[in-house]
Design a protein around this ligand. Sequence first.
Ligand SMILES: CC(C)(COP(=O)(O)OP(=O)(O)OC[C@H]1O[C@@H](n2cnc3c(N)ncnc32)[C@H](O)[C@@H]1OP(=O)(O)O)[C@@H](O)C(=O)NCCC(=O)NCCS
Length: 170
Amino acid sequence: MPTDRRILARLRWRTAEPVDAIAVSRALDEWWEQRLNHCVQPQLFEHFGDTTLIVEDEGELVAFLVGWLSQRFPDAAYVHFMGVRADHRRLGLGLELYRRYAALARARGRTRIMAETGAFNARSIAFHRSIGFAIEPGDEVVDGVAVHHDHIGIGGDYVVLSIDLTDGPL
Ligand SMILES: CC(C)(COP(=O)(O)OP(=O)(O)OC[C@H]1O[C@@H](n2cnc3c(N)ncnc32)[C@H](O)[C@@H]1OP(=O)(O)O)[C@@H](O)C(=O)NCCC(=O)NCCS
């Protein structure tokens, strides 16, 4: 079996438990170029664990998606952050995380996914666009990308993305 297929075949997919906050927090330190630990709160895993996806390879975290169903927008499921460990990238795991999240969101009556990513994160913006996300209007267009300013100064400028689940590609 080719290496990529062998890796994919041994992955374990599940929803999250509160204890997963520890591994995800560590992953944010190691997998992102920018410090983002403020994004991980144990309460997210406690209260939104059933809409958070964890992927393990031989017991180690290799991919995850932290999301929840929006209360303000009853048609939307929201993705807070997601990532794939460097040695598991470009195997389709990012896309598969979104496919599974889209199925989960549809099953709960949601018709779109909203996501945010750092304005610095060109790779993430390219990834989201390539799987069908559109960039929502922001405060300013920088290098052709609509950016929201970090008005309260905790996380850096960011980009808001969305995808329609009724006839979109996911
Ligand atoms: C962005 C990220 C999640 C992509 O995960 P991935 O598993 O490598 O993505 P996939 O293999 O599913 O890629 C699907 C498509 O997205 C596009 N894509 C993925 N990575 C890309 C990159 N670095 N540059 C440009 N396009 C990219 C490609 O079109 C790809 O299809 P292809 O491999 O057939 O060309 C991963 O690079 C990552 O975890 N980065 C660090 C964390 C992060 O930025 N998270 C997102 C913000 S919260």
